[in-house]
Ligand binder design. Structure first.
Ligand SMILES: [Ca+2]
Ligand SMILES: [Ca+2]
Ligand SMILES: [Ca+2]
Length: 359
């Protein structure tokens, strides 16, 4: 549960600027941001490029040449590397890309040939993405307008390291959230889906990626698969972040449009609640799985029981500790797309549980 003691004021993170500009790049929009406090580095996912800056926004290096979709990213504090979701939908290939951040020391490094990126393939995502749900013998591919894709899976986006659900300690796990197509015509796409992996064994799977010949080296099984009943959203969890301050998991989404749901933009999963086995509602055949609980706070929709908040963390959301966060904004400018983060502080208020820190 979030800390809501109004007398509990976290210390101001003096070394963290109120805003950081991540530059302007000839890419799609900023997708994720993560901070390496120890070195004073900030990493930015710009869809086709990884950018590394210092805390003042000076560019220290870039990794370029990605032809797929790099989404949310997170720093693994255990090895100091940056892990991000990387999709190639036409090739039906889905990876966690792993960047050796310390080696990103100049602009223009190549993702394939400069030895700074490996990739681990996730079979589980392929199985759900390619599922022929209507059994007509045809997989309809990368479209929302179909009954195919189990749970409505469009791939992966939100990623975060944190403890296993229901635990406050133990080994860090990598949680990977599905993208979920927006489709109001089906009932089996009303959950967020989160996969759990133990990356301590991933050295055996890591390979450089040749994008014209995508490899399939990766774990066949997950360490866990979890479902969160939020209602259908547009492309699922954009940013997933474990917050060590509240001990909860934060999910930033593009609002859904399905009637009958509150279609909130931000959800918080109770990190202290053990996953409960239960029915994954709305599936074509009755199915059970491990369900996560939303915290009993924020906005509340009596009809569905769904709780959530209003916030805009879809382009990047990083928990900095002590109840402070960076949330990204960005958009088109001459020369491409710019991205920027601003500092926020936890308040726990409804409908928006953060306030911008302005001085
Ligand atoms: Ca089909
Ligand atoms: Ca995204
Ligand atoms: Ca994240």
């Amino acid at each position: 549960m979030p800390h809501r003691d109004p007398g509990l004021r976290p210390g101001h993170p003096r070394d963290l600027p109120l805003s950081i500009h991540g530059g302007t790049w000839p890419t799609s929009h900023v997708q994720g941001v993560t901070v390496d406090h120890e070195h004073g580095w900030v990493y930015w996912s710009f869809t086709q490029m990884l950018v590394k800056t210092d805390l003042e926004g000076n560019v220290l290096g870039t990794v370029e040449g990605l032809t797929g979709h790099l989404g949310d990213i997170d720093l693994n504090p255990r090895d100091g590397r940056v892990y991000g979701s990387l999709e190639y939908k036409a090739e039906e290939a889905f990876y966690i890309a792993i960047f050796d951040g310390a080696a990103v020391d100049r602009v223009g490094l190549d993702a394939e040939t400069d030895g700074v990126m490996t990739a681990v393939h996730l079979d589980e995502v392929v199985e759900d993405f390619t599922a022929d749900m209507d059994g007509d013998g045809v997989f309809d591919g990368d479209t929302a307008d179909t009954a195919d894709h189990r749970y409505g899976c469009s791939g992966i986006d939100g990623v975060s390291f944190g403890p296993s659900f229901g635990r406050t300690g133990g080994p860090l796990r990598l949680m990977v959230a599905y993208g979920v197509y927006s489709n109001t015509e089906r009932t089996d796409n009303d959950h967020q889906v989160i996969l759990e992996y133990d990356v301590r064994t991933w050295h055996r799977y890591e390979r450089p990626l040749t994008q014209s010949e995508p490899h399939r080296s990766g774990p066949h099984r997950t360490a866990g698969k979890y479902f969160v009943h939020t209602g259908n959203t547009r492309y699922g969890v954009q940013n997933l972040e474990y917050d060590p301050y509240t001990g909860d998991w934060m999910l930033a989404v593009y609002n859904g449009v399905k009637p009958g749901f509150p279609n909130y933009s931000f959800f918080i999963v109770d990190g202290s609640a053990r996953p409960q086995r239960g029915e994954i509602a709305g599936q074509p055949e009755r199915e059970h799985g491990r369900l996560l609980s939303l915290v009993d706070d924020g906005r509340h929709d009596p009809a569905t029981g769904i709780r959530g908040w209003d916030f805009h963390g879809t382009y990047g959301f990083a928990a900095l500790g002590n109840g402070y966060y960076y949330a990204a904004e960005g958009g088109p400018v001459p020369g491409g797309q710019e991205g920027e983060v601003h500092l926020y502080r936890w308040t726990g208020a409804t409908p928006t549980p953060f306030e911008r820190v302005t001085h």
